[in-house]
Every structure is written in C-alpha cells, then in structure tokens.
Design a protein around this ligand. Structure first.
Ligand code: COA
Length: 189
C-alpha cells in the first residue's frame, strides 16, 4: 500500500459485525498519513485510550501543543505513521519513530492504538501492516515496542505480524497499587 503524506488509502472493509457490542459497524474507515489539521482528533483518540489506563504508557494523554509538535515532527520528517479515520474522528493510529541517537538509527519504536468502540474490526492489523510497510520503505532495520504483559490482544497481534519477545521488565509499572510487567518485543525487517 502506498502512502504519501495526506493521501487517502483504500477504504477498509469491516470483518466483523455486531449489534450488541457497541462497535461502529458500516462506517467507512480510511487509513492515511496524518495531517497537521488532524492534531485535535488525534489528541482526542490518544486521550480516550490513555483514560482506559491499562494499555498505553500514559493515563492522561498529551496537550494540544505536545500533539501538534509531535505531528509536525512526523510530517516534516516523513516518518512512518498512519491514521484510521471514520469521517473526522480518528479511531486509530500507528507510528514507528526512528531512534536518532548515534549507533541506534537502525532501530525505531512502534506505538499504536485503536479506540475501544472500534476494536476487533481489523483496524489494528491494517494500521500495523501499513505502518510496517512504510518503515521498511524508510530503511528501518528493527522495530521495537513495549507492551504490558496483560495486554494479550496486542501481544497476539504483534506475534501474528512476526514480532518476537526479547525480554521483560518485571513490575515495570505500578498504577493503582497494581504492578504490570512490560514485555519488550521486536521485529527485524
Ligand atoms: C491492540 C489493538 C491496537 C488491536 O487493535 P484492533 O483493531 O482491535 O485489532 P484487530 O481487530 O486488527 O485484530 C488483529 C488481531 O489481533 C489479535 N487481537 C486483537 N485484540 C484482541 C483481543 N482482545 N483478544 C485476543 N486477540 C486479539 C487477534 O489475533 C486479531 O486477529 P483476529 O481478529 O483474526 O483474531 C487494540 O486492542 C488497542 O488499541 N488496544 C488498546 C491500546 C493498546 O493496547 N495499544 C498497544 C500498546 S503496546
């Protein structure tokens, strides 16, 4: 799948349909590179997933300024990033950001999420596939990520795309008196 900044990619076809789960069935989802004008919609998506508390490494999300700066960095650097949208709503995102330190530039770090109501509809897999293709094109050799060990759905998705476990940070996070181990995973491109 080719992505140019701001270019729309093929519309996704939904795999699952349910009247009971609250999932948004039947809407058209477009996966494309983020634009600077998406900043507020992306911030809203990150904030929503962060507020769930247990899946990503922030419970608060990021400020409008931080989000704009992040997006500007990605767009100006033409870095691997894709966003899933239902209309103007960002329902998911994936980015793979290269390490800029001398000796580490062959490695990049992956972050992704899909908003709760939109999960299990193949959006995560399509975001991941599209973003990995961009990373490969960008010459990234190794994609690394960290995932909480109790995030079994995410781990399954990563393993199905070829990521392998490299280690674990035991009790790497403590939130609400609950410890979570942090699993280190990586994919050699
Ligand atoms: C992980 C996440 C991105 C997956 O996105 P998604 O759109 O729900 O995933 P998909 O529908 O594309 O599922 C792809 C595969 O992942 C696995 N998977 C995803 N969610 C799963 C779950 N809850 N339980 C078991 N397997 C799951 C399955 O193997 C699935 O394939 P299948 O549907 O053919 O069985 C999403 O659950 C999410 O955003 N979670 C919260 C944020 C997060 O965990 N981000 C990653 C932090 S490291």
């Amino acid at each position: 799948m080719e992505h140019a900044p701001g270019a729309a990619c093929p519309t996704l076809v939904r795999k699952h349909a349910s009247k009971d789960t609250g999932m948004h069935i039947g809407s058209q989802i477009v996966i494309r590179a983020a634009r600077e004008s998406d900043a507020e919609a992306i911030r809203a998506a990150v904030t929503a997933v962060a507020a769930e508390k247990w899946y990503i490494a922030t419970v608060e999300g990021f400020s409008p300024d931080e989000t704009r700066a992040f997006l500007k960095h990605i767009i100006e650097g033409n870095l691997p990033q894709v966003t899933a949208l239902a209309g103007d709503t960002v329902v998911g995102f994936c980015d793979i950001l290269p390490n800029t330190a001398v000796g580490f530039t062959h490695v990049a770090r992956l972050g992704m999420a899909v908003r709760a109501q939109w999960r299990r509809q193949d959006i995560g897999r399509q975001l991941l596939d599209a973003c990995l293709a961009l990373a490969k094109k960008a010459g990234i050799e190794k994609v690394e990520l960290e995932v909480f060990s109790d995030n079994l759905g995410a781990i399954r998705l990563y393993e199905s795309c070829g990521f392998a476990r490299e280690g674990v940070k035991l009790r790497g996070r403590k939130l609400d008196e609950r410890y979570q181990d942090v699993v280190l995973m990586a994919l050699w491109m």
